[in-house]
Design a binder for this molecule. Structure first.
Ligand code: FES
Length: 367
């Protein structure tokens, strides 16, 4: 039976949001700032490597963007995110230029699977590959590894454009000198200024391959890989690890952009997705069942939002899992499923932001 007494959208929305007060704005490079927040009450509960989704209104329209936390809950007293200006990007330019201490920002609770559990008994080699602002989640991960796992060590292969573009340069140098045997930072600069003696040029598969092969040769450390950066760097790193037959289970990837989801979205908006019909989908949200009509040009999430349902979401690209639901019946087509683990897919979880109904009996429960 459908519940006719829909909760007011604003009420539900407000309960999803967490207001955070900006405590400090730190300029990291010419185009990147870190925003540190006062601890809310209770303290922000997050894992190293997770991200916050910022919710803001521009021209009366709500927009959401995800930014990785650059802090470690085990080390840093205040949580922070780093924001790199994207040329012409409304959101990043606003955050990086118009936010000052004292301002309050609405966020969604921390999310993301780009993390691991830490234990003092572990003896692991964290092998991190970062490009540009992809360093952000790595900072939380490497600080947490160094403090929580005395037997573990970290290699960070970090690609930036030039010396001035290295985000967290000073912090990394300090951490390296405090942990000379446990943290090794290898910079790769694509366009270094004169005098650079380190790795240079595009970060290619071969570079990752040589370094990761060394790590794989060490038998006394368990390995764990984290990759975050622009698509080219992610591809180089993934393909190097595949060549070394590294198990996918120990390779973590983080990205906020999916070419597959983008392509499907464009095709759908132009009416070019075939085999998808308009169908009614039952969406259970906070225990209430709603009937959502999903046309071929829309996903289940887009259709629900168009009906004013307060369905949770963040990236809208099938990567962050904020919109995750459990399929109770029927079948859907997912444009992208990179955010879900194989276990989650086997258990029937779907991502509503990239799901389109294939049958008439689709019923999904948003937990
Ligand atoms: S909103 Fe991020 S996976 Fe759907």
């Amino acid at each position: 039976m459908f519940n006719l007494f829909k909760k007011k959208k604003e009420e539900v929305k407000t309960s999803q949001f967490l207001p955070l007060k900006v405590r400090e704005v730190v300029r990291e490079t010419a185009d990147t700032v870190s925003l540190y927040f006062e601890q809310p009450e209770p303290y922000l509960d997050y894992k190293p490597g997770q991200f916050l989704t910022i919710v803001m209104e521009f021209d009366g329209k709500e927009q959401r963007r995800s930014y990785s936390l650059c802090t470690s809950p085990f080390v840093d007293p205040f949580p922070g995110i780093s924001v790199k200006r994207v040329p012409g990007g409304l959101f990043s330019n606003f955050l990086a230029g118009k936010i000052f201490p004292g301002k309050t920002i609405n966020v969604l609770r921390p999310l993301g699977n780009f993390t691991t559990e830490f234990h003092s008994k572990n003896k692991r080699h964290f092998f991190l590959v970062a490009g540009g602002s992809g360093i952000t989640p790595m900072m939380g991960i490497l600080k947490s590894a160094l403090i929580n796992e005395p037997e573990s060590k970290v290699t960070l292969l970090y690609s930036s454009r030039n010396q001035d573009q290295i985000i967290f340069k000073k912090t990394l140098e300090e951490l390296e000198s405090k942990n000379p045997d446990r943290l090794k930072v290898i910079h790769n600069l694509s366009q270094p200024s004169a005098g650079w003696m380190g790795l240079k040029g595009r970060l290619v598969k071969e570079t990752v391959l040589v370094l990761a092969a060394k790590a794989e040769d060490e038998t006394d450390f368990e390995k764990v890989y984290f990759i975050c950066g622009p698509e080219g760097i992610m591809d180089s790193a993934v393909s190097a690890l595949e060549s070394l037959n590294v198990s996918k289970d120990i390779v973590h990837r983080e990205s906020f952009y999916s070419a597959a989801a983008d392509k499907a979205h464009e095709a759908a908006s132009k009416g070019k997705i075939t085999g998808i019909l308009t169908r009614d989908v039952k969406v259970i949200l906070e225990g209430e069942e709603h009937l959502v009509t999903v046309s071929p040009d829309k996903t289940i999430l887009e259709s629900g939002l168009a009906m004013d349902l307060s369905m949770p979401y963040s990236c809208q690209s099938g990567l962050c899992t904020a919109c995750r639901g459990k399929l109770l019946s029927g079948q859907v087509k997912m444009d992208e499923d990179a955010g879900l683990s194989e276990k989650e897919i086997a258990a029937g979880y779907i991502l509503c932001c990239v799901s389109r109904p294939l049958t008439d009996d689709v019923k999904v429960n948003i937990e």
